[in-house]
Design a protein around this ligand. Sequence first.
Ligand code: 86X
Length: 511
Amino acid sequence: MASKDKKTPNTNAKSGGKKKEVKKETGLGLSNKKDENFGEWYSEVVVSSELIEYYDISGCYILRPWSISIWEAMHDFFDAEIKKMKIKNCYFPLFVSPGVLQREKDHIEGFAPEVAWVTKSGSSDLEIPIAIRPTSETVMYPYYSKWIRGHRDLPLKLNQWCNVVRWEFSHPTPFIRSREFLWQEGHTAFATKEEADTEVLEILELYRRIYEEYLAIPVIKGKKSELEKFAGGLYTTSVEAFIPNTGRGIQGATSHCLGQNFAKMFEMNFENEKGERAMVWQNSWAYSTRTIGVMVMVHGDDKGLVLPPMVASVQVIVIPVPYKDADTKAIFDACSTTANMLSKAGFRVEEDFRDNYSPGWKYSHWEMKGVPLRIEIGPKDVANNQVRVVRRDNSAKIDIPMSTLVEQVKDILASIQQSLFDAAKQKRDEHIKVVHTWDEFVEALNQKKMILAPWCDEEDVEKDVKARTKGEMGAAKTLCSPFDQPELPPGTLCFASGKPAKKWTYWGRSY
Ligand code: 86X
C-alpha cells in the first residue's frame, strides 16, 4: 500500500488509538460496525469519507469539499424553486444588538442560554456586547417594518443562505447537532392569512422533495403539537425522518406560519386597499446542514458513506486496473474515453489515475466516500470493448459494452436512487407501530419504534407522557400529527389519557 505521502496531521480530536491510525493510513475501511456501535460508526464514517474534519472547538466541524458539494446540490434545487415563487435572496448581518434581540423577549427567554456573545475587541471590552445570530427574526423584522408601508409593498418574500450559532450544551454530533451550522432561512410577509397558509405548504413540499427525491429518505409531513411548535409562531409544520439504528425521529425541516405575533412586536403594518391600517401575516422556514447527517445515518453502511446519485458530486468513478504485462497505455486511454463519453452525456464522472495507490485501495477509498458507481477497466475489458460496472448500494457487478454504456449508466443510477429510497422506506415502515394503549406504547418505545397513536391533543397529557417516559434514553415526545390521517373511528380513545381521541399523532424519542 503506497501511503507514505499521505501524512495525516495528528489534530483529529477523535483519534489517538493506534489501531485507528493504521486504518486511516491504509484506507482499508471502518473499525466500527453500523449495527454494533452506531455512534462510533457515525463519528468514524463522517471523517473517513472526508465529509468533515474535527475541530478544536467542541461542536464545530470543518465541512470539507465532499460535504459542501452535497449542500450545493440541495441548494441549487431549492434556490431555483424559491426563485420561481418570486422569493428573493438577501443577506443580513451576523451580529445582533442586545436591544433588538430583547424585543422579542417572550420567546427568546427559553433560548437565551444558547446565545453566543462577542464581548471584546482585542483586549478591550466592548461598550455594549454584541450577540451572534441564532436565527434572524430580530435582525430582519425592524427593516421589514421600515420597508412595508402600503399593500403594494406586499408580499415581501426574502430568503438568506447563511450560518447561525446556537451554543448547545447537549452532546454535539456532526451535522445533527452542531454549534454553528449552515441553513437557509426564509422570512415572508403577506397581506392575508390565506396567502401565508398556502406558502407554508408550498415550502414544506420543497422540503419533502429535498429529502425524498434528492436524499432518498422518506419523510412524514405534518403539524407540530402546541408544545413542540415554534413558540413565537401560530403553527409549525415539519417533515419528520426516522433513524432506524437509534429508533429516533428527527425533525428534517420546518415551515412556520408566524401569524401576526411578530407583526405586533415589530410594528409591521400597512395601509390596506380600503385605506385602513392592518398587520401583516408572516411565515418563516428553514432547512440546515442537518439534512446531510440524516443522509449519512440512513444510507451509510459498514464500508462507509452511500451517496444517492442526485447529490453525489462524483456519480461515477473510473479506475484503471493495469496488470504487469498488459498494455497500460491502452487501459488508461480506455478510461479517459469512457470518462469523456459519460461526462459529455451529463454524468458527474472522475478518473482515479493516481499511481501511488493500488486498484484495491482505490475501490475501498471510493466505497468509503460513497460514490454510487465504480467502473473498472482492465486488459480483458479493453480487448472486449467493454467495462465492468460495480454498484455501491448492493455490490452488483455487470459487464457493459461501450456501445450501450451511456443508456445503461443512466438506468443504473436511476435504479440506485430508487433502491435507496425503497430500502429506507421499508426499514422505516418496519419501525412504525400503531398502538391504542399505554402498555402497547411503552413496549413499542422499548423496541425503538416510531409510534402512531390516537391522542386527545391535550398539552398536559403530552407533558405527562414525557414525564412518564423519562430515562437514560430520553423521553418520548410528539413528532407530528401527519397531514395524511388514517381513519379515526368514533369512540377511539387517547392511548395516554383515555379521553376521546382527536387525531393520530406520531410519537417517539427524537434528536
Ligand atoms: C426558533 C424559528 C425559525 C427562522 C425557524 O425555525 C425557521 C427560520 N427561525 C427558530 N429558534 C429561535 O427562535 C431561537 C432563538 C434564540 Cl435567541 C436561540 F438562541 C435559539 C433559537 N433556536 C430556535
